[in-house]
Design a protein around this ligand. Sequence first.
Ligand SMILES: C[S@@+](CC[C@H](N)C(=O)[O-])C[C@H]1O[C@@H](n2cnc3c(N)ncnc32)[C@H](O)[C@@H]1O
Length: 321
Amino acid sequence: MGYRQVTGHTPSKVAKGRSADRPAREGIAMSRTADMTQEQRKRQYELEQQARREILASSPAERSEVTQKAYDRLYSNAPWHSSLRATPESRAARVKRQATLLTQHVARAKRVLEVGCGRGDLLTYLAQRFPGVEFTGIDISEVKIDHVERAKTPNLTFLAGDCVEPPAPQHTYDLIISSQVLEHFHPDDTPKHLHAVCQLLAPGGTYEMDTPHRYTGPHDVSKFFTREASGTHLKEWTFAELSQALRAAGFTRIETDVPFVAHLRRILPVPGDAVLMPVGVKVALEQVLRYIPGWRLRRAVFRMARMDNMLLYASTAKTHA
Ligand SMILES: C[S@@+](CC[C@H](N)C(=O)[O-])C[C@H]1O[C@@H](n2cnc3c(N)ncnc32)[C@H](O)[C@@H]1O
């Protein structure tokens, strides 16, 4: 499967709809699905289960094509999908919250890549504010990426294609972003992806990602039907698993946000990016909290501890081996 450059369309053509967004905990999780009808939920769940079966059964050689068809079928047949119909206002608010966590990294970067960029809202916002930085976004769904708005800035490129192993020479990017994407990969592809992005980063570069925590899931539409993710979230992760996978891929420093700081910032604005601490702190906390008896209580405690959306900053060594 190759990569097609996407030119996008003018903002007036962006589908408008009632927002499914709510203010997200610590600000960056995807839109919620609470205001779908039961019929829409059921239909979306069927489509997601079909996509899941096909992607999990695919061979590595055919996976990109199978994934592209599965996502295009999902987005074409479930136009009420929260990521396609959020209002411009709620999309703008989410992007602002995401950008706050990134501004210092972007300001230091020459080139930035976003994998699984969806409609490209975040990169469009950043590209307008940082005209000296070159931005590239990749998403596998032709249907979804065709929703990107026509770039008004020359420093922004969108590609339709697979982002498990993004197409670029080693050490191209200073910052790679992925928001709510890792959980969509075939579990066999995640180590490949993490290794590939580690190679694409310049020395001292950062992979910034957020992905939902398994113990507060499922986070896809299957949450209305089951206790395990069984829609397009092919694997929901824990801090321990993810930090181990990032180290195995070659990242040397892995940090996460300090809980409640983003929340406090809305009251007492503090300049700068997220306040970070070593991910080991949350891994240790997770190791204790996972023994809480009863999945409902455990889920509630993980949510209270602001651990339902994992925000991670994984950096490469300042000099590559
Ligand atoms: C939940 S959406 C998140 C979109 C965007 N990052 C955001 O936060 O709004 C997940 C995205 O990952 C894309 N995706 C899933 N597997 C992919 C793959 N192998 N390569 C590229 N994109 C992929 C989907 O098409 C979808 O747009």
